[in-house]
Design a protein around this ligand. Sequence first.
Ligand SMILES: [Zn+2]
Length: 442
Amino acid sequence: MPGHGRTRTRWITSVAAAVTAAALLAGAHTAGAAPAAATGSDPVATHEVEHFEGPAATPRHKKVPARPPAKVARHQSSAPAAATAVTAVQETGPVSGRLDLVVMGDGYTADQQADFRNDAQATLDAVFAIEPYASYRGLFNIWLVDTASAESGVSGDPTADVVRNTALSSYFFCDDTERLLCVDTSKVTAYANQAPASDIVFVISNSAKYGGAGYSFATPPAGASYHGVATMSSDNAKSYLIGAHELGHSIGDLADEYQYAGYGAYPYPSSASANISVTAELDARKWYRWLGEQDPTGSVVGTYEGGDYYETGVYRPTSTSLMRTLTSTEFNHVGRETMIKGFYTYADALTSTVPTGTRVGSTQALSVRLAPLTGLAGLNLTWYVDGRQVTAATGDLSVTPAELGATRSGQRVTATVTDTTVSVRDPAVRAATANSLSWRVR
Ligand SMILES: [Zn+2]
């Protein structure tokens, strides 16, 4: 992911993990003792997570330790393998132009790697059946990182006293909450760094017990490049929705659309989130363009009171959605549009192997590639010479400057792709879908 410098104003924060992945890889973490902070001056290493007591329960938030408690930690092996197998489930483009999703398992032994691959595939198939992931899957690279655990299954399954030695130290009953499935994030980082790039990590724990957690990071943890980690269990039919919901935060910057009883009135003057408004009369930054539309979630887009954890004085676009409850398997129109904006924040639909920084000959082929998008997406490729469109070349994946009429030294040839998807109505979001590559004739 290029450094987009995205700003985050949401509740999600993290304190840097005290032990870096580098230290872990060097074997600094010794088995048999509770993990200690690398230096005495480090803050307590914790992460904010969102967790789910059940498929129909309102999600909760907690601050959890970055490392497992002593009773789990003392049974863990010392360090991840320095070299593990990394497999591309799909590699659709350069890591600089793609969202890189890393999937790793926990509680799978060396003999169970085929199980892991099957479980990972099933999870990915379920998540990428949801729009707009389905249409935009081509903007992702997906990497499987093998993690062989000493024991099969994870700690806390089925009961709190069960402890297993696993690669990522996954454990239910995190912070005394049964369905909260935590991991050792420094171990996740060590494995994620084996992949060519990591923007988002899915940890699939070998368990049939419902549970998971969403870790979102305003800045990546020490030594990591990812912005979010979603944990989920492998053999529970509803756990994949935890991953689908968490990507809504970490890719789309969407707010939660649920509320808590007793929270009362919204205490903030505004919300930076696209799917939350403090007024029922929507201003230009919110979703007024979708009002009255029948929505994929089943209701009509409007202003429904309650959201972003509060009950009154705050509005969401639809009665329900995947950002409100995991009983819904759809983003609403506003969520879809915002997710598409998020995809293009991290990824580019237009790439080329011809470097843009160098001058090109007038008869040199300028070949470009479009991401393999489907469904809702509609890529439109246009060509320009010195800013003037050459309409005859629209859609051509390979041209020469001369074919476009650019034969003089210094003339500029530009390829531009725009997404004409009907799932985007905000002109600013439409503009954000566009990407251009330019070359100068030598
Ligand atoms: Zn959430």
